[in-house]
Design a binder for this molecule. Structure first.
Ligand code: NSS
Length: 436
């Protein structure tokens, strides 16, 4: 790709410019000098390439000027592309001319040496330039690109719900309160209640948006602000919404294997592993979970909610994602439809990732009957006044419907084998961190 006479490093690395004279621009990732040669590693946002500047091949003045270059200085370079097996990426540019755009200050705070996690989080604005973060962010972008693609190919319409809301979707304990003029509002935990309104307008819908949870738990899988990929569909039951998730993930896994194989490989997830993770995903009921955990000597009673410890134990039994279905009514939010064949459980399903990662999606079939909804709102001690518009949806054209929400960072953490969810997003928001 050529822009104003400059070419992308990625296209040089794919062999498009071998033997040709090119111009590139980017950041100086690293530099060393040996004898009469300066070796630069230059990063341009599409890739990183070695560039060599030989004394006598450039203006002497430029050669001397290069000595004062500092890490992260920005440059424009002109030179000829050569295939070179010794260079990282297999190509290098032999520099003929250089133009310094910005000479970075000395003492780049995260120069190449060991830094602790808190230091790197404080310098996140710089750390996102690191090779590992570049790869993760690229996989993340491709994940969402492929997911949107699947929804578009399958007749879903993108729909946007408000962020400022007045009633809890997933329970009051994790709501962030914001001052809203003379009253109070909350930050949305999920688009779901609005999505249920919108299916009567658009049928099958999806969104990608931030959700907010004032999670008091300091775990490796909770953010206070995370990106939520959600879908809702009219005329869809529990089995149907599980199938939607399987088809979506099959498409995404294929796309990632084709589009970011090198990134995945270097993050420790060779694309063949994604091929092995392909649907169908096993479905086990909550009742079965109780039995499995009992056999594994994990203290867990019917009616308890699955926490991370239990999920981690459970994932030892599977080598690809699996659904846990039919959670007890007591551990799920008010909107989950109780199973008509057994009122003590709901038509719900969470998808769990293997390898100790656990829950990556939550969803199921929604209550579509007015009386049943009013009963559940009362049982949960909620104020029906707060849900008046939502209740209305069961008065005017109610249909069987289902949906789910996928935690984008949860999935990226699993796919990229990260040991903390904070690295699945550029600027993580955690219980003790809203900076930078
Ligand atoms: O609470 S959920 O299980 N379900 C819902 O919010 C539904 N209203 C979604 C729907 O049906 N439209 O959250 C869904 C997913 C869950 O499986 C996680 O993957 C993710 O959202 N999630 C989180 N990710 C990161 N950090 C936090 N705190 C978090 N909470 C949920």
């Amino acid at each position: 790709m050529e822009k104003n006479g400059f070419v992308d490093v990625s296209s040089i690395l794919s062999g498009c410019y071998t033997g040709e004279k090119v111009r590139i621009r980017g950041w100086l990732d690293n530099m060393r000098s040996s004898g009469g040669i300066h070796f630069f590693l230059v990063r341009d946002g599409t890739g990183i390439i070695q560039c060599t500047m030989k004394k006598g091949k450039v203006d002497n003045e430029k050669f001397e000027e290069a000595r004062k270059l500092t890490q992260e200085s920005t440059l424009e370079l002109t030179g000829t592309v050569q295939e070179d097996r010794r260079a990282p990426g297999g190509y290098e540019i032999r520099i003929e001319d250089m133009n310094i755009i910005h000479l970075a200050e000395e003492g780049y705070p995260i120069a190449k040496k060991y830094h602790g996690p808190e230091f790197l989080l404080d310098h996140r604005h710089l750390w996102i330039r690191s090779e590992k973060m570049q790869k993760i962010l690229r996989v993340r972008a491709k994940f969402l690109e492929a997911a949107r693609e699947w929804f578009q190919l399958n007749g879903y319409t993108e729909f946007h719900s408000p962020t400022l809301i007045t009633a809890a979707c997933e329970g009051g304990s994790t709501l962030f309160t914001v001052k809203y003029f003379n009253t109070e509002a909350y930050l949305s935990q999920s688009w779901q209640l609005y999505a249920e309104a919108a299916i009567a307008s658009l049928g099958k819908i999806y969104t990608v948006a931030p959700s907010f949870r004032a999670e008091k738990s300091r775990t490796r899988r909770h953010l206070t602000e995370y990106w939520h990929l959600e879908a809702e569909a009219a005329w869809c039951d529990l089995e149907c919404i599980m199938k939607v998730q399987e088809d979506l993930l099959a498409h995404v896994f294929n796309a990632l294997s084709e589009r970011v194989p090198r990134e995945l490989e270097s993050l420790g997830r060779p694309p063949e592993e994604l091929a092995r993770m392909m649907p169908p995903f096993e479905r086990i009921s909550y009742d079965e979970v109780v039995d499995i955990l009992a056999k594994k000597k994990v203290k867990f009673n019917w009616g308890d909610d699955l926490g991370w410890t239990e999920e981690q134990k459970l994932t030892e039994e599977f080598d690809k994602p699996f659904f846990v279905t039919h959670f007890p009514t007591g551990v799920k939010a008010f909107y989950h439809k109780p199973d008509p064949a057994r009122q003590s459980v709901t038509l719900s399903a969470d998808l769990l990732a293997p390898e100790g990662y656990g829950e990556i999606t939550g969803g199921g079939q929604r209550i579509d009957d007015l009386e049943e909804l009013l009963r559940r709102i009362e049982e949960e001690g909620l104020n029906p006044k707060d849900y008046e518009w939502y209740i209305d949806l069961r008065r005017y054209g109610s249909v069987p419907h289902s949906g789910f929400g996928l935690g984008v960072e949860r999935v990226i953490a699993w796919l990229c084998k990260l040991n903390h969810i904070r690295d699945a997003i550029a600027f993580p928001r955690l219980i003790n961190r809203v900076y930078p």
